[in-house]
Design a protein around this ligand. Structure first.
Ligand code: GDP
Ligand code: IMO
Ligand code: MG
Length: 429
């Protein structure tokens, strides 16, 4: 399992692409069109939304039942990959995945507008309303698209309610049944060849001794149950969610790798204790090119938060960690790392607060590490990193009691250091 350990955009796409080379099947288990995973390979940048990050290697790419799919976005992604000569014959879609419908997008946008200063800062791609309808049992699943009668009936049932909300609550245009039914029947023709029993497929792959990667979208602190609610996404982003999202028992999992940036970013609203105050925030944003993959929004930037990362290690049971974007920190003379939170009553804690108000008011207690001045982009091995950079990585390991097996030193596929001495104990890499 490959899991975002912070608030998303940790570099999951790059790490999954890297590990996909030695895997047979790559599966996305959650999320929808708001996810954006970037791979930089052979001088070309690929941005994926729905597609698992194994596609460039031609690996079997599964989109599990825990995902929500916007067919228009997905088909655009298919077309774009095909135009570039990348085969999409390897794609397998779960018929149980839910469909993001136009009313989900309209409601996501209208409800954020209505919330005003209280908004969540969603990607406005319909993700939350689609998952809400799934839980409400009003959702339309991919399998519904293939029977015109069922599709029309389901759209009609949904519209009877959604159009009242759209027109009377949000003051936007209602949607029209005939146009929608026709459009989605058209999408069905394009999607039909990709449908598969994906849970069975993964089970068979494992029985055949194949290597399967499960790729999460978003990040642990955006998890619907364990994240910083309500400033979260609407799916299960964590290790437990990978099993439900694919339809796989937890006893089948060998490794759970957390992906964390060497600092922290967050897009959208919500508390963020280590958010940098002053000019260094802009400096990190520029050096790390921290702008949203899907929305282009500025990502908020903060110093590494080990309290939150320790929490992520607990919730997910990380067996190893990949620390990405260490190169971005080169040239800072000092690097604050949050090791504890100070709470309102003056006490300090190394554990993530269980109550939202404690978290909202938590102040970071920093240990300030020495930085390093030299660029590390071209460093060939972990031992060749400047001593201060090694110390930075080792502090993370010590505080979390999790081995850092991969260290990112640039956006390109090959810019990653594998810590062989650590990896040797875990033959998976
Ligand atoms: P994801 O959503 O977790 O897949 O992450 P995104 O792709 O949204 O954002 C991560 C960004 O950081 C992308 O632009 C990557 O190309 C880039 N990136 C990943 N790893 C590294 C790294 O080690 N160093 C640098 N400088 N950039 C990286
Ligand atoms: P990847 O997979 C960063 C954030 C949004 C917003 C909240 C809810 O690229 O790491 P949503 O549209 O999901 O209802 O938005 O979650 N968010 C992400 N932030 N990376 C992501 O995905 C995100 N997906 C959602 O900014 O705060
Ligand atoms: Mg992203």
């Amino acid at each position: 399992m490959i899991i975002g350990a912070q608030w998303g955009d940790e570099g999951k796409g790059k790490i999954v692409d890297l590990l996909a080379r030695d895997s047979d099947v790559v599966c996305r288990y959650n999320g929808g069109p708001g996810a954006g995973h970037t791979i930089v390979a052979d001088g070309e940048t690929t941005k994926l939304k729905h597609m698992p990050s194994g596609i460039l290697w031609g690996k079997e790419c599964v989109i599990g039942a825990g995902c929500v799919i916007d067919p228009a976005v997905f088909i655009e992604e298919l077309d774009d990959l095909e135009r570039r000569g990348i085969s999409v014959d390897v794609v397998r879609l779960s018929a149980n995945a839910h469909v993001v419908m136009p009313w989900h997008v309209a409601i996501d946008q209208a409800s954020e507008r209505r919330l005003g200063t209280l908004q969540i800062g969603t990607t406005r791609r319909g993700n939350g309303p689609a998952y809400a309808d799934k839980a409400y049992r009003l959702g339309i699943r991919l399998q519904d698209l293939f029977d015109p009668k069922i599709l029309r009936q389901k759209i009609a049932v949904a519209l009877a309610e959604k159009n009242i909300w759209l027109e009377r609550v949000y003051g936007v245009d209602a949607l029209e049944l005939d146009e929608l039914a026709e459009r989605y029947e058209g999408y069905a023709q394009r999607l039909r060849p990709f449908l598969a029993d994906t849970s069975l497929l993964v089970d068979r792959a494992l029985r055949d001794g194949k290597r399967v990667l499960l790729e999460g979208a978003h990040g642990t602190l955006l998890d619907i149950d364990h994240g910083t609610y309500p400033f979260v996404t609407s799916s299960s982003t964590v290790a437990g969610g990978a099993c439900t999202g694919i339809g796989l028992g937890p006893t089948r999992i060998d490794d759970v790798t957390g992906i964390a940036k060497a600092y922290v970013t967050r897009v959208g609203e919500g508390p963020f204790p280590t958010e940098i105050q002053g000019g260094d925030q802009e400096r990190v944003r520029e050096l790390g090119a921290e702008y949203g993959t899907v929305t282009g929004r500025e990502r908020r930037c903060g110093w590494l938060d080990l309290v939150a990362l320790r929490y992520a290690a607990r919730i997910n049971g990380f067996t190893s960690l990949a620390l990405t974007k260490l190169d971005v920190l080169s040239s800072f003379s000092e690097l604050p790392v949050c090791v504890r939170y100070r709470l309102r009553d003056g006490t300090e804690t190394a554990d993530f607060p269980a109550h939202q108000s404690d978290f909202h008011h938590a102040e970071p207690v920093y240990e300030v590490l020495a930085g390093w001045a030299e660029p590390i982009d071209d460093v060939a091995g972990f031992a060749e990193l400047p001593e201060a950079a090694r110390r930075y990585v080792e502090l993370v390991e010590r505080e979390l009691d999790v081995t850092v097996t991969l260290v990112g030193t640039g956006a390109e596929r090959e810019r990653v250091l594998t810590r062989h001495e650590a990896a040797a104990a875990r033959p998976a890499y």
